[in-house]
Ligand binder design. Structure first.
Ligand code: EPU
Length: 357
């Protein structure tokens, strides 16, 4: 089945049953917040046909599911009551390279950063602004990851998934993904109903650097480099991220915990008058994106902790597990931050990670 137009899906779903159900699995190493939840049942999928086998399974098929990639956008506030489907589908290939574009495909379980690095090594730039984002290729379209002036939606050709009720392969073209700011159909109507197995990317040629983001602009001005190549942008993005964002391997976190709120122009003007330092970015539709980090910092939260959960001391949008925090501790902190921002600015912050309650 194909949703929208696009090239037909590959023959990934070949059938075959080889499911291993693991029980009582500790998920602490499978979520970047390092929260110690336990999955009653977990199945690893290494090929699309494993997903089809789950769909056909008499017991596993009907069970509600939590799809787990790198666990980098997940807050486990309790043990998941669902069957956890851990996506470990590997593989990267160049499908096509023409003078207009390169078409690449990667398995959903491939680490995102490794895919970005590999695509550059193949001579196909276009994803360098998204370097060092934690998580997997399969998770990238779910929340439409974005950084330094690029959202992954701008590079996605299609998303190939297996429907968990029918076992059928579905190809969602970019329009069918209904991408928004950190949003897609995979977070909404298709949440828990399909497993993304492969993602296809279209990298346009000739390559055009994206240097508009303030941090990047500053980096290259200071370096005296007016025309960086894609590798230099890749290195710059990695360096900038390392100065601001905690490494999940060292400090549990899920990147930005809140989305940057979008408000209309009148609200932005009122807030700008009341708070002259307010940081905001005009959007194409006339609305404004407010820098949530600035609002959180101005409420005095940067670097503050509640129990074992803290607001990161180098970036106020990131909540961290100081070690031994539970999901409830992170939520308590998030709610306290949210209440203060609402009281001061009248703006309600939305969580970016998916919360399992
Ligand atoms: N700022 C502060 N205090 C801070 C940090 C930032 O006041 O502690 C202000 C500064 O004025 C800064 C502005 O906020 O210029 C924006 O900060 P930054 O450039 O770091 O970007 P962001 O809006 O906070 C977004 C994404 C990040 C992405 C960066 C870079 C969201 C929710 N977050 O953060 O994505 O890396 O832009 O493009 O849109 C993620 O989603 O997990 C993530 C890390």
């Amino acid at each position: 089945m194909t949703l929208g137009s696009g090239t037909p899906p590959p023959p990934h779903a070949r059938g075959g049953e080889r499911l291993v159900v693991e029980t009582g699995v500790c998920l602490q190493d499978m979520n970047t917040f390092a929260l110690a939840a336990t999955a009653a049942r977990l199945v690893r999928v290494r090929e699309a046909r494993d997903v089809a086998a789950i769909a056909r399974h008499p017991v596993l098929g009907p069970a509600p599911k939590l799809i787990l990639g790198g666990g980098s956008n997940l807050l486990l506030a309790r043990d998941p009551a669902f069957l956890v489907v851990k996506v470990e589908i590997e593989g990267m290939r160049v499908l096509e390279s023409t003078p207009q574009a390169a078409l690449l495909e990667a398995g959903a379980g491939v680490r995102w950063h490794e895919f970005v690095r590999w695509s550059l090594a193949q001579g196909h730039p276009g994803l360098e602004n998204l370097a060092l984002i934690p998580g997997t290729v399969g998770a990238a379209p779910v929340q439409n990851i974005g950084a330094y002036g690029l959202d992954v939606a701008q590079r996605i050709e299609s998303v190939i998934a297996t429907d968990l009720s029918s076992g059928q392969t579905i190809e969602f073209d970019a329009a069918a993904c209904r991408f928004g700011y950190r949003d897609s159909v995979f977070k909404r109507e298709w949440a828990g109903r399909c497993v993304i197995t492969h993602v296809r990317f279209r990298l346009p040629k000739p390559w055009c650097p994206l240097l508009g983001y303030a941090d990047l602009d500053r980096h290259f001005s200071q370096a005296g480099l007016a025309h960086p190549d894609a590798h230099q942008i890749f290195e710059a993005v990695c360096a900038i991220r390392k100065t601001k964002l905690p490494d999940p391997a060292a400090v549990g976190n899920a990147g930005s915990f809140f989305k940057n709120p979008i408000v209309d122009a009148a609200t932005r003007d009122d807030l700008g008058q009341a708070f002259p330092g307010l940081v905001s970015y005009p959007q194409d539709d006339g609305s404004y994106k407010l820098a949530a980090a600035w609002m959180i910092e101005s409420c005095g939260w940067k670097g503050r902790s509640v129990g074992r959960a803290a607001v990161h001391d180098r970036h106020a949008l990131v909540l961290v597990n100081l070690g031994g925090a539970e999901g409830a501790d992170i939520i308590a902190l998030a709610e306290a931050v949210r209440a203060d921002v609402l009281a001061k600015f009248g703006v309600r912050l939305e969580y970016e990670p998916v919360v399992v309650r």
